[in-house]
Design a protein around this ligand. Structure first.
Ligand code: UN1
Length: 498
């Protein structure tokens, strides 16, 4: 791992203007990994200047050529997958198999968006006057600002940067404070793939200073943010003062519903994976398990037994199931919620901070029973390995419990009844719905995002990502050689010409 992570601005790897750095830690071992540039507003300004200078050249590069660079970057990410995955496990703690999956999402996104270089589809429609043509095309917007979290240090930056780049924008990317190395290494891949200098700039540093500078900078036209609802909404309000377009992907309080008729083995494995994978630090993590009363007693018993067998440890060890939380403050936050839960509900297992070989920000896999839908542990995002079990009598009740939170990212139903499945697809009011699959594991070709406090109506990934990073331009070409007034001359002109 490089000892010092620098910013990439205008094609040059540079230190923060202030010369300041901050340390990065391995959350499993508490070892210092290195340092990274502690950037501020002046570094953001320099990155925006570089992105502005690169914009015209990149905008005018034919999109299929832009796509070829993305394909090359995709191939480099494939070659570097293992190396990047190992860095990821060390820098933020997720287990190595999941770290590989994180890099794979970026590879998938690079090829998907590379292909958009030959699509970026607009449309034509008939026009109402003769000898006139109409079309709607996508236009780039300019410099875009990407503010990303540490829990998917390569995947989430890829969801944001690749649609932005293929559409002809230039990028200022703030890497997450816990994962500056991954941010820098991700961008290096594009530099190595031949992306021109200044097209993709990365700046590391504290959320406050760097994030605010991106949001406030008048030349950054679009902001795409993934993080907490509190910060997302405050950023949204400030960006609105500048008339910026903002795409938000915020918290979740996702539920799995298990009906009496479900395939119970499948539901059990899925619940364990969705609740405790990534140590519960996914915005899509399952944090509520809604059990129909008939299967609840046996299901809970089996779940707790299996949860207790999950192995905590350093994610580089392939036999480990659950890595550490990302940091000491993250662990304190999880423990604060668990203490609240102990006062509200019944603790079935876990409930304490843990360490492995005396080190690391680990937390025991924790399950609460007898949780009521309105309790704080059933309503607020915890972002840790904590699962709350709620019981229900009917599908309608389960759907109502699912929908009745401040968030709306993903939800899941286990049933063998096709009618119940389609009723749930219709009535679950989340941005992502799974049937017979847990709440995590969205694929990059579909819209990603959620309703209510999870966002602001925008979606990442899929075709919808292009809407964030493009403006529609409606084009009319009148080749009649005379004045034709839309909505006014239509009948007269048609009559005369007929
Ligand atoms: C997140 O936690 O912010 O669907 C993203 C999933 C992953 C992405 C999670 N593909 O769980």
């Amino acid at each position: 791992m490089p000892a010092t992570v620098k910013n990439l601005i205008g094609g040059e790897w540079v230190e923060a203007r202030s010369g300041e750095v901050f340390e990065t830690l391995n959350p499993a071992t508490e070892e210092v990994l290195g340092t990274a540039a502690k950037s501020g507003a002046e570094d953001v300004s320099a990155a925006v200047e570089a992105a502005k200078a690169a914009y015209q050249g990149w905008r005018l590069t034919p999109a299929p050529r832009r796509g070829e660079i993305l394909f090359r970057a995709g191939r480099l990410l494939m070659e570097r997958k293992e190396e990047l995955a190992r860095l990821m496990t060390q820098e933020m703690g997720k287990v190595i198999a999941e770290a590989r999956g994180d890099v794979q999402e970026a590879i998938d996104m690079a090829f998907y968006m590379g292909g958009e270089g030959r699509r970026l589809l607009g449309y034509t429609a008939p026009v109402e006057l003769p000898n006139k043509f109409g079309m709607a095309i996508r236009d780039s917007v300019g410099v875009v600002g990407l503010i990303t979290p540490w829990n998917f240090p390569i995947a989430i930056p890829s969801w944001k940067s690749l649609p932005a780049l293929i559409a002809g924008n230039t990028v200022v990317f703030k890497a997450a404070s816990y994962t500056p190395t991954l941010g820098a290494e991700f961008v290096r891949t594009f530099q190595d793939a031949g992306l021109p200098p200044g097209v993709f700039n990365v700046v590391s540093g504290p959320g406050g200073a760097v994030g605010n500078a991106i949001v406030e900078h008048p030349d950054v036209k679009v902001i795409s943010f993934t993080g907490s609802t509190e910060i997302g909404y405050s950023l949204y309000a400030r960006a609105a003062q500048h008339g910026k377009k903002v795409s938000l992907e915020l918290g979740g309080k996702n539920a799995i519903i298990v009906m009496d008729d479900a395939n119970l083995d499948l539901a059990l494995n899925s619940a364990l994976w969705s609740a405790f994978g990534t140590t519960g630090q996914r915005c899509t993590a399952t944090s509520r398990l809604i059990l129909q009363k008939g299967i609840a007693p046996d299901f809970k018993e089996a779940l707790v037994e299996r949860a207790k067998q999950l192995k905590l440890g350093d994610g580089l060890d392939e036999s480990v199931d659950v890595g550490p939380l990302v940091s000491a403050p993250a662990r304190e936050n999880v423990h604060r919620y668990v203490e609240i839960g102990k006062g509200e509900a019944r603790l079935m297992c876990g409930g304490q901070p843990a360490s492995v070989d005396g080190k690391g920000y680990f937390y025991e896999v924790t399950i609460f029973d007898r949780v009521e839908p309105g309790m704080r542990i059933a309503q607020e995002e915890i972002f840790g390995p904590v699962l709350s079990i709620i019981e229900c009598s009917t599908l309608e009740e389960a759907i109502q419990i699912n929908n009745n939170t401040a968030y709306g990212l993903s939800s899941s139903l286990f049933t063998e009844n096709v009618n119940a499945a389609f009723q749930a697809i219709r009535d679950l009011s989340t941005g992502i719905v799974y049937i017979n699959h847990g709440t995590i594991g969205a694929e990059i070709q579909f819209p990603f995002g959620g309703t209510r406090g999870t966002g602001n109506g925008m979606r990442e990934a899929g075709q919808t990502a292009l809407d964030t990073f493009t403006e529609w331009k409606a084009v009319y070409v009148d080749y009649s050689g005379r004045l034709q007034r839309a909505q006014i001359d239509t009948e007269a002109v048609l009559g005369k010409d007929a």
